[in-house]
Design a protein around this ligand. Sequence first.
Ligand SMILES: C[S@@+](CC[C@H](N)C(=O)[O-])C[C@H]1O[C@@H](n2cnc3c(N)ncnc32)[C@H](O)[C@@H]1O
Length: 226
Amino acid sequence: MREFYGVGIGPGDKELITLKGYNTLRNSDYIFIPKSKGESLAGSIVSDYIEGKNIIEIEFPMGESNSDRYAEAAVLINETIKEGQIGAFITLGDPMTYSTYIYLMIELFKFDIKVETIPGITSFNAAAACLNEPITLKGDNFYLCDGQIDDDILKKASSVCILKVNKNKENIINILEENGFKYVYVRRCTQKDEKVLYDKDEILNDNDYMSLIFARKETVNNLFST
Ligand SMILES: C[S@@+](CC[C@H](N)C(=O)[O-])C[C@H]1O[C@@H](n2cnc3c(N)ncnc32)[C@H](O)[C@@H]1O
């Protein structure tokens, strides 16, 4: 059998990988690492765990269309993993949440190779924990989106997390304020340069792709802006 695993490595703190994810990396013959413009945050997070493994880096430049690259990467992975071997593709947070891995996995379904996904702790799970703020209480509706926020859905939500906020922060914050949400910006959650901002101007002045906005109508601590 030939085995391929998509491994969620969590939000950044290298202790926030699951034991199953760690064991899968340790058991793998090949580790496939996504890179963007030569850099890989995911690769640096698990660097201690993949020493001595065959490392294959795959470029998926951020902000560019990668549709051809998913198919090419699937061919590369399929040709690399031989009978009896195991390969793992690492992905930040959870593999099934807004990730490159999903498109790669779909391409891999075309080949005769076992594909299994190991879940990971998402960025928004990590942010809620870092803030000591629930994602959902009994009866709540949670809205997860990326880049844009839909006013009509927001009206029905008790809590919301917006990923990839970098390019559209002002608009997102205005919509949250108009709908009576308290919000907080979390950058590089659980990483060494983590930052938590509540002030609107400070949020607008910060620029980092690895950031999100988490908001609730009712909060359990009083740290949030109003
Ligand atoms: C392509 S999505 C990946 C989401 C990831 N698969 C997950 O489970 O959270 C990238 C976006 O996730 C968010 N993100 C990922 N890791 C983060 C972190 N440690 N702190 C804050 N936001 C993060 C940012 O909004 C970023 O723009």
